[in-house]
Design a protein around this ligand. Structure first.
Ligand SMILES: [Cu+2]
Length: 157
């Protein structure tokens, strides 16, 4: 019974229309999406509209995993002169009462990098992604594959 209640809470998808979201304890994971992969390219990127910690204590995203890729890295954008680049970071701090930006290529923003894709990601696909949080534990979200409106950037490393 407890387990049933728990799964109903965790599965609460409370966004209508073209967005979806998940709650894990005090964390709100708003609209996880991935850009379609390009032919011959073995990497993909997952963004969230936001990752919001509404609790009074900080948490941390430690890692992530998905059946569609061999490995997932946490990446952060940074400016290198005039060029926006990305680097892998060991984890992502989620301060109390703070929404972390994980939108498409915001300066200093984060995203999750999918390395060695096992299948191509096509517009309209959905795939599971398991997030491992230090305090909130592990939680699986559904990622929507879609082309963002400002998709004129190339994803470069
Ligand atoms: Cu990246």
């Amino acid at each position: 019974m407890i387990r049933l209640i728990l799964s109903i809470c965790l599965l609460a998808v409370h966004f209508a229309g073209h967005a979806h979201g998940f709650r894990v304890g005090e964390l709100r994971i708003d609209h996880p999406y991935a850009t379609p992969s390009r032919p011959g390219v073995q990497t993909g990127a997952v963004y969230f509209r936001s990752l919001d910690n509404r609790g009074r204590t900080a948490d941390r995203l430690l890692s992530a995993s998905t059946p569609v890729a061999e490995r997932v890295e946490i990446h952060q954008m940074h400016m290198d002169g005039d060029i926006m680049r990305m680097r892998a970071v060991p984890d992502l701090e989620l301060p109390a009462r703070t929404a972390v930006q994980m939108r498409h290529h915001t300066p200093n923003g984060h995203h999750l990098m999918l390395l060695n894709l096992k299948v191509p990601l096509n517009d309209g696909d959905r795939f599971p992604l398991t997030l491992h949080f230090e305090k909130a534990g592990s939680y699986t979200v559904q990622v929507w594959v879609q082309t963002p409106r400002d998709a004129d950037h190339q994803h470069q490393h």
